[in-house]
Design a protein. Structure first.
Length: 210
């Protein structure tokens, strides 16, 4: 019983911390790091500003945790995809879908647009995370060329950079969409990107009408 009670308290505390970080992430994404304040975060969470400091030491500490949490999770997922052995077109669709549907999508907004405001050593570490994400995409495109579903002269570095530009830009648009509208936007984004790559499946264009 004591163990169950302890586990419950731990899980409850973990859920509450996630709620706090979610609130901070939305505020920083909405206002931008420089304009956002701890009071803004507290207001969103319906907390007194003083109570927020029990969970977060500072706005900078909040952004750092958000960036590490979101960035590392995304990189690990795409790295697993790149090494899973599935068909490349399927991997690309899964990678884009994961980026755009993930419950931590707003964390990645903070990572992409606000990590530059963090201290040099922290920003350097997060920039390495971003480079690892780019490398995972690069590997996916290399595999697509070897598989024969992407053009042999495809510039994989350019394709990887473009992929990140597409998904990062799409996260901003998706903030105002939900349900069927969100599904359609993600589908169109994915298939238009595949068309731009010149991707093929079984000798036919990879674009799928829906």
């Amino acid at each position: 019983m004591l163990e169950l009670k302890s586990t419950y308290k731990t899980e409850k505390k973990s859920r509450r911390r996630r709620e706090i970080l979610d609130g901070a992430a939305y505020v920083i994404a909405d206002f931008g790091y420089l304009a956002a304040s701890m009071k803004d975060i507290a207001d969103r969470l319906d907390l007194r500003p003083g109570s927020l400091y029990y969970y977060l030491k500072s706005k900078e500490a909040a952004l750092e945790e958000i960036c590490w949490d979101g960035g590392v999770e995304y990189v690990e997922y795409v790295e697993r995809l790149a090494n899973c052995g599935a068909p490349t077109i399927e991997i690309i669709r899964s990678a884009i879908s994961h980026h755009l549907r993930n419950e931590k999508r707003v964390y990645v907004e903070c990572f992409v647009y606000n990590r530059r405001h963090l201290a040099g050593d922290v920003a350097d570490g997060l920039n390495n995370v971003a480079r690892n994400y780019l490398r995972a995409w690069f590997k996916i495109f290399e595999q697509g060329i070897a598989e024969g579903v992407l053009p042999p002269d495809l510039d994989c570095q350019f394709a990887a950079t473009t992929a990140l530009s597409v998904v990062n830009g799409a996260t901003l648009v998706l903030r105002g969409k939900s349900g069927t509208e969100e599904d359609q936007y993600i589908h169109q984004t994915t298939e238009f990107f595949l068309t731009g790559l010149g991707a093929t499946e079984c000798g036919e264009p990879a674009y799928v009408q829906k």
